[in-house]
Design a protein around this ligand. Structure first.
Ligand code: CU
Length: 565
């Protein structure tokens, strides 16, 4: 149940810093977050981006009008595959040696477009996205994440945010491997950040199915800024089950890291802030263009054959609805945590921040065409130039991929009702967002027992879609069901006003991030397997995550006495 209402929140320990926001004159973006409850009932299903010009409006003249950039003059860069820096004894079995990688965070410059000057960015081993780590199920790897970032940050830090107070260093980082079933000490706990000159050795045992994970910064209170600066990369896990399917490989398997961004007219990354220097946080950030593997409007030469695209939405807040300019269908073969039971054909593929989609596009029969990958919001992203020479083997997509056995609801030992709620000032300015009414540093309340399954009912009381991510586990979406929000606010009672809807076919696989739409209860079911210990769950809109929409959770060892949480 909701533990805190807006008034008692304001009387809380952080009331001083929060109430200061009431006087902040926020940008148009912040105002777009609108006031509860007046607009909440008129909210559309899925929140879309604002128009490309909105973000630019506050700094008109400073933000680059990317619509004027010449399209398709740069080839799509493919992140290099990380080469192991040797072997080290496995923490699981010291008699066995496993691959060891050293990944160094630092500042670098690169051109995001032929006609722009070099852009200062942060990345791994001199690139963003960083090198792709390739690993195999069941074969662990060790990664030493090294911080060699500069002394000052690229963007403005909001010291009102928990974990980013003035006594904390501006530049600090900790790396989380999103989607990994990793021991807690290797999970990149947000408070386990470290500064330049330090490093952290993480063990990823890879005891999970083939899928595409991604590594990114997770430092408390500045995660949105570190990721916007470029601290992310891919981690592809492979296994024999997937390899027997004959899916496109090598030059026909292409990673696509999509991030919306805004740039200044001098070609530097622009992270919008509120007009109040005392409270620079904004509730969401949207760009007016999309980086694909670090380039704007790149092109890729393809053959008339099947291609597999491993797509990550690495944006802070942008949801993408991907489609092709010629209207042809895209086959989706996988979700966050691996393959779907069977391919799904769709003209539009949705991917929320933090989510991955595994896509296959058939270019056969399109020799000589130029096909543009678009989003509903920002329009053109990149171009495929289909050559005329046929591929030696075009390949065919198998009718069946990998079974996804449903976790029965009866397997759950417990259902937790957890609210998603935004708190606003009397002026309607967004102040903070909380999971089940709790701040980050309140006692842990979600304490599943290792080896058990639980249902988490995410009760969205806001007007936004929140992509909710649980560390450690993979889960399945059970359903989404509309409820009477007035009734809930009035007496705290869940009254459903429509039937439950099952997940879309594109979501009916293993997930680690799920969209919780407004005025809906989204139910997910997970088995808490792997490791006992402290993890986190949070919204993957990074501005929300940095402003309290993140909570620790603790997997208790099997046989531990039950808690009264
Ligand atoms: Cu959110």
């Amino acid at each position: 149940m909701e533990a805190v209402d807006a008034e008692s929140l304001l009387k809380g320990k952080r009331a001083m810093s929060l109430t200061r926001r009431e006087f902040a004159r926020k940008s148009g973006m912040a105002a777009a977050a609108s006031v509860l409850p007046a607009r909440v009932f008129a909210a559309p299903a899925r929140r879309q981006a604002q128009s490309p010009t909105t973000a630019a409006a506050a700094h008109a003249g400073l933000v680059l009008d990317t619509a004027k950039l010449k399209r398709y003059v740069d080839p799509l860069p493919i992140p290099e595959v990380a080469r192991a820096d040797g072997k080290k004894p496995s923490p699981d079995d010291p008699g066995k040696e496993i691959a060891f990688f050293r990944m160094t965070m630092g500042e670098f410059e690169s051109r995001v477009h032929r006609d722009l000057p070099a852009t200062r960015q942060w990345g791994f081993n001199g690139s963003s996205p960083g090198p792709t780590i390739e690993a195999r199920s069941g074969e662990g790897v060790l990664v030493e994440w090294v911080n060699r970032l500069p002394q000052s940050h690229l963007f403005t830090i909001d010291h009102n945010l928990h974990g980013a107070e003035r006594d904390k260093p501006d530049v600090r980082s900790v790396v989380h491997l999103h989607g990994a079933k990793a021991p807690p000490e290797s999970d990149g706990y947000p408070e386990a950040w470290f500064t330049a000159g330090h490093s952290s050795l993480c063990h990823y045992p890879n005891r999970q199915d083939a899928c595409m994970l991604w590594y990114h910064d997770h430092a408390m209170g500045i995660n949105r800024l570190n990721i916007y600066a470029g601290l992310m990369g891919l981690y592809i896990l492979r296994d024999e089950v997937e390899e027997t399917l004959g899916l496109p490989r090598a030059e026909r398997e292409i990673p696509l890291v999509l991030c919306d961004r805004a740039f200044t007219t001098s070609g530097q990354l622009n992270y919008e802030v509120s007009p109040d220097p005392a409270a620079p946080w904004v509730p969401e950030i949207y760009g007016n263009c999309t980086l694909v593997n670090g380039k704007l409007f790149p092109y890729l030469e393809v053959r008339p054959a099947l291609y597999r695209f491993r797509v990550l939405n690495g944006s802070n807040a942008q949801f993408f609805n991907l489609s092709l300019s010629n209207g042809q269908a895209i086959a989706q073969i996988g979700t966050d945590q691996g393959l779907l039971p069977a391919p799904i054909a769709a003209k539009i593929v949705s991917v929320a921040p933090g989510e991955r989609v595994d896509l296959v596009i058939d270019f056969s029969g399109h020799g000589g065409e130029e096909i543009v990958l678009k989003t509903a919001q920002i329009e053109e992203i990149m171009q495929f130039r289909v050559g005329r020479a046929a591929a030696a083997s075009g390949g065919a997509l198998p009718a069946k991929l990998r079974p996804v056995p449903a976790i029965p609801e009866s397997a759950a030992v417990r259902t937790r009702e957890l609210t998603l709620r935004e708190y606003k000032s009397p002026r309607g300015e967004s102040m903070t967002m909380l999971l089940n009414g709790n701040h980050w540093d309140m006692p842990v309340t979600e304490t599943p027992t290792l080896g058990t399954a639980e249902i988490w009912s995410l009760i969205n009381l806001t007007e936004d879609v929140h992509p909710i991510h649980l560390h450690l586990v993979r889960f399945q979406i059970l359903d989404r069901r509309p409820f009477d929000q007035f009734q809930y606010f009035k007496i705290g009672e869940l009254r459903y006003i429509g039937p439950p809807a099952p997940p879309t076919p594109a979501e009916a696989g293993w997930k680690d991030t799920a969209s919780a739409p407004p005025q809906m209860v989204t139910r997910i079911i997970a088995r808490f397997e792997g490791y006992a210990g402290r993890y986190v769950w949070h919204c993957h809109i990074l501005e929300h995550e940095d402003n309290e929409m993140m909570r620790p959770y603790e997997v208790l060892p099997a046989g531990a006495p039950p808690t009264h949480s």
